[in-house]
Design a protein around this ligand. Structure first.
Ligand code: 3EB
Length: 339
């Protein structure tokens, strides 16, 4: 069996594990497990070890199901209110929200409710800083009440930011992907101390996108640089083949992958200007890859291997992406060697 040697100096650590590996890992980490997400087409229920799992209905390419497991260096306690379930310690908090389809109603209203819950949690004061948010919901590109569901999502999210007077430039790192079912699933990382928001000089900031992409712009930053006192961590948002605000290479998944990796390099470059250290991809980077069409798996993986080598951890999911002309999206977490 694999011995996992997590770096205990990290405020949070991430592993992507196959179903068969997850239980032993979770049992070993016990009260250091902060969040467990299960990906796969069949419901991924609570693990044998009893940890609650947020199931996201997306096929895992290259295997049946997989877990994303976040652990911390310090023990966590469980939290539950009427919307958010989660775990936190003195530094960080992971929260999960699941709005089932039949609770949704108008999708921008449902999104507004979910983000209002997050902002009210933040405003209670224990964890005031929103570092990273992951968003998954079905039919992301479908029209509903005259608006594409991704745009309804962006509208409801934006209205929550305005309502709670969150500064748009202080938006968290994020991603928003189309699952195959299962309602609006959101998980987020909040922290006691603020992170530094990073933008990409090759791209218009998403919160400044023109209205051709929807009536309200998406509220996310390209990355958050967090935990400056504990060996910094860089949370890179879902990143795609976008230059300025426009999709480039709409017809080529290979070129889209290459452009996406250039954008990730550019974001890491900006973080280095702000004090982050150059990243060793083989030991200190976790990549999560979303491909729209399963048949593109090999080509996307080929480009990643050629450009980035074999990152420390990797998962590939089949998911719809928020613009119909985008074929691939990649997010990353990078750690700085402590010290
Ligand atoms: C982009 O760069 C691609 O709406 O939260 C990436 C990351 C994207 C986050 C979001 C959307 C989001 O615009 C799409």
């Amino acid at each position: 069996m694999t011995e996992y040697e997590d770096n205990q100096d990290r405020a949070v650590t991430l592993r992507y594990l196959l179903s068969g590996e997850a239980d032993a890992y979770l049992a070993q980490r016990a009260d250091r497990v902060a969040c467990v997400i299960g990906f796969g087409s069949n419901p991924v229920a609570a693990t044998k070890s009893g940890f609650p799992v947020l199931w996201v209905d997306t096929p895992v390419l290259g295997s049946g199901a997989a877990y994303e497991v976040w652990t911390t260096g310090k023990p966590v306690s469980r939290y539950q209110d009427d919307l958010i379930a989660g775990s936190g310690n003195e530094d960080i908090f992971f929260g999960r929200i699941l709005l089932k389809n039949d609770q949704a109603g108008n999708f921008s209203d449902a999104t507004f409710r979910a983000f209002s819950g997050i902002f009210e949690f933040l405003q209670r004061g224990d964890y005031p800083s929103l570092i990273r948010v992951w968003n998954y919901f079905p039919e992301i590109n479908a029209m509903e009440n005259g608006l594409e569901r991704y745009r309804s999502f962006s509208l409801g999210r934006h209205e929550a930011f305005v309502h709670y007077q969150a500064k748009i430039e202080d938006s968290p790192a994020a991603c928003a992907l189309g699952s195959h079912g299962g309602g609006l699933a959101i998980y987020f990382l909040a922290a006691r101390t603020a992170g530094m928001k990073i933008e990409n000089p090759r791209q218009v900031s998403a919160y400044n996108y023109p209205t051709q992409y929807g009536p309200r712009s998406p509220t996310f930053s390209r990355a958050t640089l967090a935990f400056r006192e504990q060996g910094q961590t860089l949370f890179i948002s879902g990143t795609a083949s976008i230059l300025g605000h426009e999709t480039v290479h709409p017809a080529s998944v290979g070129l889209q992958t290459l452009e996406t990796l250039e954008n990730i390099r550019a974001v890491i470059g900006q973080a280095i200007l702000k004090g982050f250290a150059p990243v060793n991809f083989a030991t200190d980077m976790a990549l999560k890859v979303y491909v729209r069409n399963a048949e593109d798996f090999a080509e996307v993986m080929g480009v990643i291997q050629r450009e980035f080598g074999t990152p420390a951890d990797l998962i590939v999911l089949q998911a719809d992406i928020c613009r119909t002309d985008l074929l691939v999206e990649i997010e990353a977490v990078c750690w700085n060697r402590a010290g």
